[in-house]
Design a protein around this ligand. Structure first.
Ligand code: BTN
Length: 466
């Protein structure tokens, strides 16, 4: 017989990732089950009995030649071998393997390996079973974010009992509540070096956030779309990407030209931060984008204070962070990022053209691929640095901003962004612990918290503003 099932795996005791990885290996070693597709690994808040540690959860799509009860016994045997004790209902456990859904006589599976999974298409609700020991579908699965979010990742079109697909359910903010971290492959390796391997593989620890990426052909401004969505309750991690912006906005009220070939995106963040901390987010984002360009495009990207991204002295990217407050309470932040990936800079207005750069020429056949790769790395890095920032690691991120700085040590002209903002000339000597630029002028050091910098180039004159 050929059957197909979705298994939910969870652990909140000991080496949680390793327990789940071992359970998957043991399923495979039984010779009766093959893992066809595997979700990322999610860290989730406990549900039901909440006086216990966070879980790691994943969902696996498996093919098997076992009837449901025998599959259950196999899973229970693995749970026992991995040290599971059933003391408290919904209590802590080394490993939990639930049969979520089971389809009989599933035919036509393709090649079976983790490296090359064959995603099964199973869009309609599976048949229900109700044996004494086993209820399928699992009775609470459609209400649980820790099941639905990973399930939707591997089979977004699977229909739930209320006619909504797993993908639709997973976008519901209530479903995402308490679903915190995410690690993409190769988390399933039963190996001590996994974290190391994962980090080395450019953002495999997509540990920061679960991004929900919504793509548009053309919008006015992704920041405006993200704001409207945030107002309507979109959760943290919502990410709006557009091919073209007809009304792209830059810092200090400027227009941001956003033709095809660029990466225009905005994310919704909902950090619990006091007002003076929020400004630091633009620096955190600048570091993420700079590193992402270095990694994805292999170009020597640098940061021009506060957060322009430049390559060979030309501005290739900018960041616009906007927030909404109710009194002293931050409602949301929209973090907008624009990068000229393969933009025809010659077609930009002259005042922009003279300072703007692009990562690759618009004719480069690799341009589209680079844009996708960059988006992925930017989101991984942003999620990671954002989490670090919220855990109090701003100084470490600031250190990176100093290393990547194209401004420090340079003669600069600064237009401070404050009412009646004055023009300063001097040397950029430091970026202080608040992220402010310290400029040494003829009348002493001046701290600038927000503003616009032009750098004096060798041979005299200041580079223009983009
Ligand atoms: C700057 O002036 O340097 C900031 C530019 C920010 C542009 C991005 S593109 C995506 C997002 N949507 C906007 O309208 N602006 C930001």
């Amino acid at each position: 017989m050929a059957a197909f099932a979705y298994l939910g795996l969870g652990s909140n005791l000991g080496d949680r990732r390793r327990h789940i990885a071992r359970a998957l290996r043991m399923l495979g070693e039984s010779g009766r089950v093959t893992v066809e597709k595997l979700s990322s690994l999610y860290e989730t808040e406990p549900v039901g009995y909440t006086e216990q540690g966070r879980f790691l959860n994943a969902v696996a799509a498996v093919s098997c030649d076992l009837p449901p009860l025998q599959l259950l016994h196999l899973c229970q045997g693995i749970e026992t071998r991995l040290g599971r004790e059933r003391l408290v209902r919904w209590g802590p456990r080394t490993i939990d393997i639930d049969i979520l859904l089971y389809f009989d006589d599933f035919a036509g599976l393709g090649p079976t390996s983790l490296a090359r999974p064959a995603p099964p298409e199973s869009p309609s609700p599976p048949p229900a079973r109700d044996d004494e020991d086993l209820q399928i579908p699992h009775p609470r699965m459609w209400e649980r974010g820790f099941v639905i979010v990973p399930l939707a990742e591997i089979t977004p079109d699977l229909m739930g009992p209320d006619g909504r697909s797993a993908g639709e359910l997973a976008r519901d903010p209530r479903m995402r509540e308490g679903v915190l971290l995410r690690m993409a492959g190769p988390w399933w390796l039963d190996d001590d070096r996994v974290e190391e391997v994962a980090c080395a593989q450019a953002g495999c620890w997509a540990a920061g956030l679960c991004w929900d990426v919504l793509r548009f052909a053309e919008v006015d401004s992704t920041n405006d779309v993200a704001k409207r969505m945030a107002e309507a309750g979109a959760p943290e991690g919502t990410c709006v990407v557009a091919e073209v912006q007809s009304g792209g906005r830059g810092r200090m009220g400027r227009v941001w030209y956003s033709p095809k070939g660029g990466m225009w995106l905005s994310t919704v963040l909902r950090p619990a931060l006091p007002p003076r901390e929020v400004g630091k987010l633009s620096l955190v984002t600048g570091v993420a984008v700079t590193e992402a360009i270095r990694e994805a495009a292999r170009l020597p990207a640098m940061m021009k204070w506060p957060n322009d991204v430049v390559v060979h002295g030309r501005k290739v990217g900018g960041i616009l962070v906007e927030s909404r407050w109710t009194g002293e309470t931050l409602d949301y932040v929209v973090d907008g990022i624009g990068v000229n990936v393969a933009v025809d800079t010659a077609a930009l207005p002259p005042e922009v053209r003279c300072v703007a750069g692009t990562l690759v020429p618009p004719s480069d056949p690799e341009g589209a691929g680079l844009r996708e790769r960059l988006l992925e790395v930017v989101l991984d890095k942003l999620g990671l640095f954002y989490r670090r920032f919220l855990s109090g690691e701003f100084l470490e991120i600031l250190e990176k901003a100093r290393v990547y700085s194209d401004t420090l040590g340079r003669e600069v002209e600064v237009e401070a962004a404050c009412p009646g903002g004055r023009l300063l000339r001097g040397t950029a000597v430091a970026i202080d612990a608040d992220g402010a630029l310290v400029v040494e002028t003829s009348s002493g050091d001046v701290r600038v918290l927000s503003g616009d910098v032009t750098v004096r180039r060798a041979g005299g004159g200041y580079s223009g503003r983009a």
